[in-house]
Design a protein around this ligand. Structure first.
Ligand SMILES: NC(=O)c1ccc[n+]([C@@H]2O[C@H](COP(=O)([O-])OP(=O)(O)OC[C@H]3O[C@@H](n4cnc5c(N)ncnc54)[C@H](OP(=O)(O)O)[C@@H]3O)[C@@H](O)[C@H]2O)c1
Length: 319
């Protein structure tokens, strides 16, 4: 089968190659999926580069790709939930390939109203946005929520999920993304080239920061006295990737009335089901920035590395 392989660290164009590799074999509790679409996110770009450097201590995946949708080819003898021809989506490893194996615990039937490309776009950024809004921001109806990086992969999910909880959402992004962010439900928009989040004196119950390029003190200024700051992402530095800001927030939190949180999203099937429901109810639509062919996977990964995605970047494998 054809797959994208990586044998060293470097720029996606340098290190991601389309090669013919052996078909994967499945264990008894696994499902072999004919991949129709795989999505890519900033984690793929970082792993291609080997940043932060600490990731180099872990074994390198020979085939990248952590989220996908596809058609079940066959299943191991202990698999109960799926059978051949089922259309599924989920997370795992080695998804930039024509076929990949996944645990039954990491798959669900594809949302009935989603294309393969949309379904592949859901897991990683969807988990992050859902857990940021629901678990760490504890967003409730009527809350004023600020989503910084609202047009990005996580941001486009976060805006829609917060709206589905009844929040009043303000998105932050560049001028070119205002229409997109308003079209997915944002009530207000801050174009960061003209305004800072502190301008206008508006206070927020919850601030989700996916852009990662504002100081803690700036982020706290428009946050209500008992509000929650959820640090989703950091930026900068090949060693720490902005993690020191997150650590400072966690240490400061017990000393102030605001809740300052960082978190690492947990991939789990319960939340995949919640995301599927949000999509089937029409509350959330996965936003796709660009779709690439498998042999252009390096360009897809480069696209997310530019950090100006409009939603998710997808690799179309089937068809
Ligand atoms: N905590 C976790 O478990 C977890 C999981 C997944 C991802 N993350 C992190 O979450 C972050 C976001 O990921 P993503 O995939 O959503 O990234 P993304 O798709 O690249 O989106 C980033 C967004 O930030 C916006 N942006 C850039 N500069 C900005 C600024 N100065 N002010 C406001 N917005 C700005 C960009 O919009 P414009 O194009 O309009 O500038 C872009 O839409 C990353 O740091 C990633 O590592 C964390």
């Amino acid at each position: 089968m054809k797959a994208i392989t990586q044998n060293k660290y470097g720029s996606p164009a340098e290190v991601l190659k389309l090669e013919t590799v052996k078909m994967p074999t499945i264990k008894d509790d696994e499902v072999l999926v004919r991949v129709q679409a795989a999505a890519t996110h900033i984690g793929d770009w970082l792993l291609t580069r080997g940043w932060p450097y600490l990731v180099r201590l872990m074994p390198k995946a020979k085939i990248p790709g952590m989220e996908m949708s596809g058609i079940v080819e066959y299943v191991g003898k202990d698999v109960k939930e799926f059978g051949p021809c089922d259309e599924v989506f989920g997370w795992g490893k080695y998804a930039f390939a024509e076929y990949a194996t996944f645990s039954e615990k990491a798959l669900l039937l594809k949302p009935s109203n989603a294309t393969f490309e949309q379904a592949a776009a859901i897991p990683i950024s969807g988990f992050t946005a859902l857990q940021a809004v629901r678990d760490h921001g504890e967003v409730k109806a009527g809350h004023k929520v600020l989503v910084i990086g609202a047009s990005g992969a996580v941001g486009t999910f976060a805006v829609q999920i917060a709206k589905s909880y009844g929040a009043e959402v303000t998105g932050v992004g560049s001028a070119r993304n205002e229409d997109l962010v308003r079209s997915i439900g944002a009530d207000h928009y801050i174009d960061y080239s003209k305004q800072e989040i502190t301008d206008g004196g508006r206070q927020y119950d919850v601030i989700l920061d996916t852009a990662g390029n504002r100081s803690l003190s700036l982020l706290r200024r428009p946050l209500a006295k008992k509000g929650a700051l959820v640090i989703v992402g950091g930026s900068g530095g090949k060693w720490l990737m902005g993690v020191t800001r997150s650590i400072r927030a966690t240490m400061l939190s017990p000393l102030v009335s605001q809740r300052l949180r960082m978190f690492l999203a947990k991939n789990n099937k319960e939340d995949l089901a919640v995301l599927k429901e949000l999509i089937e109810s029409g509350d959330v639509t996965p936003i796709i920035d660009k779709t690439y062919k498998l042999n252009d996977a390096a360009q897809a990964v480069e696209n997310v590395g530019e950090r100006h995605s409009r939603g998710k970047t997808v690799i179309s494998v089937g068809g």
